[in-house]
Design a protein around this ligand. Structure first.
Ligand code: ADP
Ligand code: MG
Length: 435
């Protein structure tokens, strides 16, 4: 029996049985946390706890004295709230639930030229919160690992007992609306200003939402002023996010802006190998190389394919060989592109460049038209199965050499003009998302 239990046994003899059974019986002594100065008992609920505090504390103290423990203070408390850390208390009070995916770690992130810069930036920020780049702004296309990297830092901070808020703009907005509706904006502000690290994903969705931009600006200023780390992601450079207030734009650029590019072949191969290992899928190098070449630039898509392959092979009891993979991927690639027609592509290029679709296939030679026509030809060649003669016919050109000439021009620009490359990538994304 430990000293706490001995004291309770003595108390049992001193008080009425009914009182003992009702109040004291369920009291638990915490031998681990108690010291010679402090005796801790847990009560099952607040009612019992208050009752014991007011009625029995002195008695219990006295019994400790009898047991040669004269200096002890007695603490009666509720089990669950007894020793919450400051972090847990704040989290409970503000209802912060950071849903970080624990497998989003730096170890699980394959690094290559395409993401080296962003990786290093996030990694070094995770080692020195608030001191290096604040805010850190990561941008890049869909499925390239922005959320993964941001959460990898979040996981590190969380292990350091820091209060981390991870949220998407959408959740932030919903939270904001809820607090406005309930007239509890003070709680909203307290919540977002009390954290040590704020991670906000997909900042582009702030676009054209003035109310939330305003609120976010104040949160941002408060945290930044207090030296708290902020990490943001978006699909574009802050400058290119339309409908974003100038002062937010400039704040976002103020720390470090790092981009993630689509993975190059070696990185894709490393990622596939890593995912296979994690998911216990065995693939030959041939197959890995094939997947890496066919899937252009979306890591999420690679993951989808691996689980598809895994599922197929399990359900159909076949080993995964190259033929099988080609078959599975054929559907996937066709699925992605099948619905795209020349009309759809030219229409969306025209819309994007503010000209009439009919003009693209006309003989017009104005600079704008030629530019739009060249881009359309390039995208039609990239995104459909049409041959060069078919394209020549569609665009009203003499023959396939005119098409090939155009493609060469565009490829030259892609290699030498970064802005142009970005523009084409955006257009491609827009168009493929139509299918
Ligand atoms: P984004 O937020 O940029 O759209 P995610 O971070 O959600 O992309 O990444 C999509 C998926 O691809 C995630 O499951 C992520 O773990 C994985 N992924 C992306 N890049 C890498 C990488 N370099 N190494 C390993 N996994 C990656
Ligand atoms: Mg993301």
């Amino acid at each position: 029996m430990n000293i706490g239990q001995e004291v309770l046994a003595l108390l049992k003899e001193e008080i009425k049985e009914i009182e003992y059974n009702r109040y004291i019986k369920n009291l638990v002594y915490d031998a681990k946390r108690s010291t010679t100065d402090l005796a801790i008992f847990y009560a099952p609920n607040a009612l019992v706890s208050n009752w014991i505090k007011s009625k029995y504390t002195d008695k219990i103290k006295h019994l400790f004295e009898i047991k040669n423990n004269p200096k002890v203070n007695v603490k009666i408390t509720l089990k669950n709230s007894a020793f919450k850390t400051k972090k847990q208390k704040i989290e409970q009070k503000t209802q912060i639930h950071s849903l970080l995916n624990p497998s989003h770690t730096f170890n699980n992130f394959m690094v290559g030229g395409s993401n080296q810069f962003a990786y290093s930036a996030v990694k070094s920020v995770s080692e020195k919160a608030g001191e290096l780049y604040n805010p850190l702004f990561i941008y890049g296309g869909v499925g390239l690992g922005k959320t993964h990297l941001m959460q990898a830092a979040g996981n590190i901070f969380q292990n350091q007992e820091k209060i981390v808020i991870y949220t998407t703009v959408e959740q932030f907005l919903n939270d904001f609306i809820r607090h406005v509706r309930n007239k509890t904006m003070d709680r909203f502000q307290e919540k977002y200003r009390q954290c040590d690290v704020l991670l906000i994903d997909d900042i582009q969705f702030l676009s054209n939402k003035e109310g939330i931009q305003e609120e976010f600006f104040h949160t941002f200023e408060a945290l930044k002023g207090a030296g708290k780390q902020i990490i943001l992601t978006a699909d574009q450079h802050p400058k290119k996010i339309a409908g974003l207030k100038e002062r937010l734009q400039s704040r976002f650029e103020h720390g470090l802006v790092a981009d993630i590019q689509p993975p190059e072949l070696e990185t894709k191969i490393a990622i596939i190998k890593n995912k296979c290992e994690i998911n216990k899928v065995v693939l030959t190098n041939d197959i890995i190389n094939y997947i890496a070449t066919v899937i252009e630039n979306n890591v999420r898509e690679i993951e989808g394919i691996l689980s598809k392959l895994h599922a197929y092979s399990q359900l159909m009891h076949v080993d995964i060989d190259l033929e099988f993979v080609k078959n599975v991927l054929k559907d996937q690639i066709q699925e992605n592109r099948a619905n795209l027609t020349l009309d759809i592509i030219t229409k969306s290029v025209a819309k994007n460049l503010n000209i009439k679709p009919s003009e693209i296939c006309s003989k017009g030679r104005s600079k704008n038209l030629v530019y739009a026509r060249r881009i359309s030809i390039y995208l039609c060649r990239e995104l459909t199965q049409n041959t060069m003669p078919q394209l020549a016919q569609y665009f009203g050109m003499k023959d396939h050499t005119a098409i090939s000439h155009t493609l060469k021009k565009i490829n030259f620009l892609l290699e030498n003009d970064e802005d142009f490359k970005v523009k084409i990538k955006e257009l491609t994304n827009k168009i493929t998302s139509l299918s």
